[in-house]
Design a protein around this ligand. Structure first.
Ligand code: PA5
Length: 446
């Protein structure tokens, strides 16, 4: 089994009945997914995606990735939320947080259009303008403001540099199959397009072209990634909490929530997992946080954050449970050497590897937090690679859908995301928002 799940540090916090009471809701959630009968059932395309994906498009993704590797030193990936987090998480998970600084055969990858910061945009423009680069713009709706602004700027830069015809060969668009501004523009200009399937929402889309093109450009084996997801898909298809760790995780987090543990802290011990935490937070936050309900997803990377958040976790308000994700084998290791003088007093670690010390940090931290009344679940995998990324993605996606249905929300919509956009458009004077504008200006006092 690629993923091991351990709930021994949860048992003291929950009675058998706390768990048993949720099983009927888990079974209903399972039926809703299998029979496509729950709320948001139009968005279940991710369920069998690992086996049932467009093989022709998959081959085209690989060809496009190869072309980008051959003709570009940099790829600018433009997208926000579900349209960028998964790809960035995968590249850091499988390669490194410092991917762009590594000596490598694949292009640097810069993520843009995920904020409205002019200074950040300028920085990436400066980093790519004197080098050969391509663009992958990703937007399911094709109208999201942040990536639309970034695309306008980078497209102009490409046209200035290469002329309209050559620039068109360096623009790759991932968007809706048939509609939207981006699709129309691509058809008009002849950009190569990839599809965000109708039945897959942004936060569930990392294993579609949305994530796979940038991931493949980074030289990551996307076949192995899909294999990991496919194996997880089979592993987590049975509706039995004793045989399905994905369902057990979904049930336990709901049982803890009902006991007042309103915050889930995802705890990683590898900095290369940082963006995976961000991907997880979007997946669970956007899926569950609605109708006045939802576990608040938070994250730390240890031991780094134990020196900033450690005090609160150990000793602050007791509304937290933790899910730790650890890997038994590091991508590489370092052995600490003996020193004659032992001036730093570290000779007791001589001969030990960093991964051994990290494991002890995990064990010590977990026991301390459990003693501090923080329930802790453990997810353990062998190594951070393509296969385990695909496996883990599927584990979290399926658990999220089950968990959301247990909670009693639609795990596939995100109505709350629109509120800030309406206010921003009104304040910016976008046509059609005139009425709201005056009210907002009065509230701001302008
Ligand atoms: O999960 C989601 O649906 C969102 O995070 C979207 O991915 C995000 O808002 C970007 O939307 P779009 O791809 O339409 O530009």
């Amino acid at each position: 089994m690629a993923l091991r799940f351990n709930d021994k540090y949860v048992k003291d916090f929950l009675s058998d009945n706390d768990v048993k009471n949720i099983i009927p809701a888990m079974e209903k959630a399972h039926e809703k997914i299998v029979n496509k009968s729950g709320e948001g059932n139009d968005f279940l395309g991710w369920v069998d995606l690992p086996d049932n994906y467009d093989k022709e498009e998959f081959a085209r993704i690989k060809r496009a990735a190869q072309k980008i590797q051959n003709d570009s030193k940099a790829l600018v990936v433009i997208g926000i939320g579900g349209s960028y987090l998964g790809a960035r998480a995968a590249i850091e998970f499988c390669k490194s947080q410092n991917y762009n600084l590594l000596k490598k055969d694949s292009p640097n990858i810069y993520f843009s259009g995920n904020s409205i910061s002019g200074q950040t945009l300028n920085e990436i423009v400066a980093l790519v303008k004197d080098t050969d680069f391509s663009i992958n713009v990703i937007s399911k709706s094709g109208t999201t403001t942040e990536p639309a602004i970034a695309f306008r700027i980078f497209r102009e830069l490409l046209i200035e540099k290469y002329g309209e015809t050559e620039a068109a060969k360096r623009i790759y668009v991932t968007t809706d199959k048939t509609k939207g501004t981006l699709k129309e523009l691509s058809d008009e200009k002849g950009y190569e397009t990839f599809v965000v399937p109708d039945d897959i929402g942004g936060r569930y889309s990392v294993l579609t072209a949305v994530g796979l093109l940038p991931i493949a450009v980074a030289g990551i084996d996307i076949d192995k990634m899909m294999q990991g997801a496919s194996d997880a898909c089979k592993e987590y298809s049975v509706c039995d909490i004793e045989k399905n760790n994905c369902y057990k995780y979904a049930v336990l987090r709901n049982a803890l929530y009902r006991k007042g543990k309103k915050i889930e802290l995802m705890v990683a011990y590898e900095p290369d997992y940082t963006m995976m935490n961000e991907w997880f937070k979007q997946l669970y936050g956007e899926s569950e946080g609605k109708d006045g309900k939802g576990i608040f997803p938070a994250s730390v990377v240890c031991s780094t954050d134990l020196h900033s958040m450690g005090q609160y976790i150990q000793d602050g308000e007791r509304h937290i449970f933790e899910t730790s994700v650890v890997f038994t084998n590091p991508k590489s290791d370092i052995t600490i050497k003996e020193e004659d003088t032992n001036s730093d007093g570290l000779n007791f670690l001589a001969g030990k590897t960093m991964s051994f010390v990290n494991r002890k940090a995990y064990e010590g931290t977990t026991l301390a937090h459990v003693d501090g009344n923080i329930p802790n679940m453990l997810i353990e995998l062998d190594v951070m690679n393509e296969y385990s990324f695909g496996y883990l993605v599927y584990f979290f996606e399926k658990a999220c859908a089950i968990s959301g249905y247990i909670l009693g929300v639609n795990p596939f919509d995100q109505p709350g995301v629109e509120s800030y956009k309406k206010n921003m458009f009104a304040l910016l004077g976008k046509p059609g928002y005139e009425n709201q504008r005056d009210k907002l200006l009065a509230r701001i006092g302008q």
